[in-house]
Design a protein around this ligand. Structure first.
Ligand code: F6R
Length: 608
């Protein structure tokens, strides 16, 4: 959620760091700052609000230097204002530090430091780190950082510079992502590769408990006992245009339109038509384990949790394995039943969500095998799971998740196919699924081709205050996802329900002001949903139906119809969610809202 970028080299770091921060804007933030080593000491500029405000502050009072650190902050401790923005300093102003994560014991540490004469200026937990490093400093910055971190409880990704040990950046990580970028006579540190991709593709991912010392000509990674750790260098293989808008008004719209390609990428080389089978190279799970596992737990948050619900239905229907879906934030604090025959599937676009990571670690501790369905290559979940299936959807920049969702559903379908064919599914049934999968990219394209019709429908609902989304079976999670998309970017209150549950309460809300979206393709429960449509229409609700063919039973009962192509029941969510993404997008855009960075939200939630 917060962003870090740092640079040490020969170039003027100011513009480079500010541009790096701009690449991290999508993650959500409410203030920003930069510190540079200016030849005499550390100089800092900070601003509340957008990076443009920071640029204005720098323009008013320029700063120069070729070693620096910068940060975008998403407020946790103390309101978003200039004082609480990072970087933070020690009393002497010679140490400057940026931090992602939360220092849980900051309160006693602050009191202890105040007793020994340290003066604090912000409300943040971060500031204690700068003072702890000051207290420990004895001429060598990395040693002081090690001593300071020994006192800290919580999570951190930090980058620190000091005018008293001026040629280096020291970075350290526990629970908050950080990587080093290797350039020619220059080095970078960043919380997200997007910040430095313009300059280098060679990166080293830090693991928890590791620290890096970067100078112009070298980098060294060590543990918190100062012992050198040997690290591999990874090459980033995607291009910068993947994190640019490419002519679309917003990243979200671009990402919605990318879905024919992104789901194709998720499937590539994995869905084997003639055998009705799927190949998933990174599972690291034996055939025997997959044939005999007795329970699957799928854990995730938000949109990823919605895809998990679809996975549950697919796996139980076809592979006949018991599946529990758990919010990661709940799973990690209860006492779940997990055995060595349990597979814990962890779904995360970012691979960094704190609750999901903690849930995965808990499942592992209890003996489960873990399998990550992750989009972000090299992320913490992807590195810590026992096996993984990368989504290959490419970087998702819009805060509202779209293409990651459809790729997650595809990855779950491939997993279902694998499990089912190993256990109880015939080749003929398997082929039915692989053929339906292969048809999806072109089918999504036909929905996207009619985006302007959905835009017109959106116009009629720009001023709506509430929305209800109803679906059954495979499309109940889609109803939840449609409601989440709308509420998070348009700020319209929206709820998703299983359609038949409406009678048990929500029906009281229905009048001529209540738009109701039915997700009703022609699947096994279509006729049941038609009855629910009638119940809403009879009470004057405004009905939008997502369906898959002309249906006499719906004639005269709906106000707007959006058509999706036909597919097999388990894959309908990949199609029915597309109009809901577009509807949410167009409503929010027409309300003039910041679609890609909705208020209060961050792209990856790395705090509990
Ligand atoms: C909604 C959204 C969030 C994320 C959730 C989990 O559009 O993006 O609900 O799905 O924060 O994030 P990941 O998948 O990165 O673990």
């Amino acid at each position: 959620m917060c962003g870090i970028v740092g640079y040490v080299g020969a170039r003027n770091a100011t513009t480079l760091l500010v541009n790096g921060l701009k690449r991290l804007e999508y993650r959500g933030y409410d203030s920003a700052g930069v510190s540079l080593m200016n030849g005499q000491g550390v100089e800092t500029r900070k601003a509340k609000g957008k990076i443009a405000m920071l640029e204005a502050a720098i323009e008013a009072q320029p700063i120069h230097g070729n070693i620096g650190i910068a940060h975008t902050r998403w407020a946790t401790h103390g309101p978003p204002n200039e004082c609480n923005a990072h970087p933070h300093h020690d009393c002497s102003g010679t140490i400057s530090l940026v931090h992602n994560g939360i220092i849980e014991n900051y309160s006693p540490l602050r009191a202890m430091l105040q007793k020994t004469g340290h003066t604090f200026v912000s409300d943040t937990d971060t500031e204690v780190l700068a003072h702890l490093i000051e207290a420990a400093f004895d001429g060598n910055l990395e040693e002081a950082v090690i001593d300071a971190l020994a006192l800290v409880e919580g999570t951190y990704g930090i980058a620190v510079i000091s005018a008293k040990d001026p040629d280096k950046i020291v970075a350290a990580r526990k629970g908050s992502p950080l990587l080093i970028g290797i350039g020619d006579g220059e080095h970078y540190v960043a919380s997200d590769v997007a910040a430095i991709l313009q300059h280098t593709r060679q990166v080293v991912y830090l693991d928890d408990g590791e620290m890096a010392i970067l100078t112009r000509d070298s980098y060294r990674v060590c543990d918190l006992d100062a012992k050198t750790v040997k690290k591999g260098v990874s090459r980033i293989d995607w291009d910068l245009d993947k994190i640019e808008k490419g002519g679309f008004a917003h990243f979200m719209l671009k990402e919605i339109f990318e879905q024919p390609q992104t789901i194709e990428n998720t499937m590539r080389g994995r869905s084997v038509d003639e055998d009705g089978f799927s190949k998933l190279g990174g599972l690291n799970l034996s055939k025997e384990f997959l044939q005999h596992l007795d329970q699957i737990i799928i854990t995730a948050c938000g949109t990823s949790w919605h895809s998990a619900l679809i996975g549950e239905l697919m796996i139980e229907e076809h592979a006949r394995v018991r599946v529990e879906v758990e919010y990661a934030s709940e799973f990690r604090y209860r006492n779940p039943i997990v055995s060595e025959q349990t597979l814990c599937v962890v779904i995360s676009q970012s691979g960094e969500t704190a609750d999901t990571l903690a849930a995965m670690r808990e499942a592992k501790r209890r003996g489960a095998k873990t399998l990550g369905l992750v989009n972000q290559v090299g992320s913490t979940i992807a590195r810590e799971d026992d096996g993984g299936v990368y989504l290959h959807a490419g970087p998702e920049i819009g805060v509202a998740s779209t293409k990651a969702f459809t790729s997650q559903v595809i990855a779950l379908a491939l997993l279902t196919l694998k499990l089912s064919r190993l256990r109880n599914m015939s080749v003929v049934q398997g082929r039915e699924i692989t053929q339906a999968l292969a048809a999806l990219p072109a089918q999504i394209q036909t929905i996207l081709d009619s985006a302007s019709d959905i835009e017109k429908i959106a116009e009629a609902f720009v001023d709506a205050e509430n929305f209800l989304y109803l679906g059954r079976g495979y499309n109940f999670p889609v109803a939840l996802e449609g409601a989440l998309k709308l509420k998070e970017i348009s700020y319209i209150h929206a709820e998703g329900y299983p359609a038949a549950e409406m009678k048990h309460g929500p029906i009281a809300l229905i009048d001529e002001n209540m738009p109701v979206v039915f997700i009703a393709p022609h699947d096994a429960v279509f006729d049941k949903v038609v009855s629910n449509v009638q119940e809403v229409k009879a009470r004057g609700g405004r009905v939008i139906v997502i369906t898959s063919r002309e249906e006499p039973a719906l004639a005269g009962k709906i106000d707007y119809e959006i058509r999706v192509p036909e597919t097999i029941d388990m894959l309908y969510p990949v199609l029915t969610v597309i109009p809901l993404q577009l509807l949410a997008y167009y409503i929010a855009a027409k309300r003039g809202l910041n679609v890609d960075q909705p208020r209060n939200l961050a792209k990856s939630v790395t705090v509990e």
